[in-house]
Design a protein around this ligand. Structure first.
Ligand SMILES: Cc1cc2nc3c(=O)[nH]c(=O)nc-3n(C[C@H](O)[C@H](O)[C@H](O)COP(=O)(O)OP(=O)(O)OC[C@H]3O[C@@H](n4cnc5c(N)ncnc54)[C@H](O)[C@@H]3O)c2cc1C
Length: 290
């Protein structure tokens, strides 16, 4: 049996595993993630993101795993939805919901996909809490250096490797009140009743803004649906400035027509042609194609 190591269990890793359900060939699959909980990736994990941080992708845009995000949301109990200030009546396929809730969808779908892969005869070895430190290609095999959180170091070999490692954010640059990123969100809790400058006006800046606003006050919706923001009683000095070089905000809307129109240039046939004829640099050749 050929072996494949998947490094990263976020959306990229999950969509890869979903594609493996189509494979006629059985594989020995090892799934590595440095995190304890699999399936949420970086933007959707509860460790780094607060409930107020919203996804800017709606159900209609998310390629279906085993069921659509909207269908999955509808199956949650009233209690589970209430926890995110949602109810079954206001779930819509174009709605934007907390990123940590989207993480739970990915996590649930991953579990179901793993069960299906096992049922189809693949072997699955799950290695959470396992940081892949290095990948070498030696004598036709990939050699992975893996450090587990219980300090065990392993060298493991595989026939194939899928890098699904996604985002890297530098935790070391924070210096006192100068924060290099708004994650993990808990560090923003110390920002109370003061002046705050946010460099940027895009999605990460909105994350920071929303988290600080929630820590210093509350958003209240009246009966007519109007939203007001009230400062907490002990807060009088909160003053948040977002700074942008270009003065633009991200568009919380769709860039392409939905449902997607059939591709005319970058078709599956074209990609297959590259796979069949490229000797090397397959990714570069494909992406550079005009
Ligand atoms: C803050 C933020 C918010 C975002 N919000 C949205 C959004 O609302 N909508 C949207 O469409 N996109 C959003 N994105 C874009 C995001 O890139 C994708 O949605 C998606 O998370 C990418 O999935 P991924 O699996 O490639 O990477 P990730 O989600 O980052 O997952 C990578 C996984 O690999 C693991 N990993 C990394 N390195 C190693 C290693 N060496 N060893 C072992 N495990 C490792 C990580 O622990 C993680 O679980 C956001 C990105 C960020 C940074």
């Amino acid at each position: 049996m050929q072996s494949v190591a998947v490094i990263g269990s976020g959306p990229t890793g999950i969509y890869f595993l979903k594609a493996m359900l189509e494979s006629e060939i059985k594989f020995n699959i090892a799934l590595f993630d440095q995190a304890a909980a699999l399936g949420t990736g970086m933007p959707y994990t509860t460790n780094l993101n607060s409930k107020q941080m919203l996804a800017n992708i709606a159900s209609i845009e998310i390629p279906i795993l085993l069921e659509s995000y909207c269908t999955w949301l509808q199956k949650l109990s009233d209690y589970q939805l209430e926890n995110y200030e949602l109810n079954k009546g206001n779930i819509a396929e174009r709605g934007f919901y907390p990123r940590t809730l989207l993480g739970k969808y990915f996590q649930d779908q991953l579990i179901e996909i793993i069960k299906l892969l096992i049922a189809k005869g693949h072997k699955i070895n799950i290695q959470n809490n396992s940081f892949v430190r290095n990948v070498d290609y030696l004598n036709g095999k990939f050699e992975l250096r893996v450090h587990s959180y219980n300090f065990i170091k392993q060298i493991l070999t595989y026939d194939h490797v899928v890098m699904a490692t996604g985002h890297y954010y530098d935790k070391a640059i924070d210096s006192g009140n100068l924060m290099a990123s708004p994650w993990p969100y808990k560090k923003l809790n110390k920002i109370r009743n003061c002046k705050v400058g946010i460099l940027g006006t895009s999605l990460s800046a909105i994350d920071a803004f929303v988290a600080v606003a929630h820590n210093n006050g509350s958003f209240i919706e009246n009966e007519t649906g109007e939203l007001a923001y009230n400062l907490n009683p002990n807060v009088s000095q909160l003053d948040i400035t977002m700074m942008s070089r270009k003065g633009i905000l991200p568009e919380a809307d769709f860039f392409c027509p939905l449902p997607y129109e059939p591709l005319e240039i970058f078709t599956e046939e074209l990609v297959q042609n590259f796979i069949d004829h490229c000797q090397s640099d397959l990714l570069d050749e494909t992406v550079d194609y005009h």
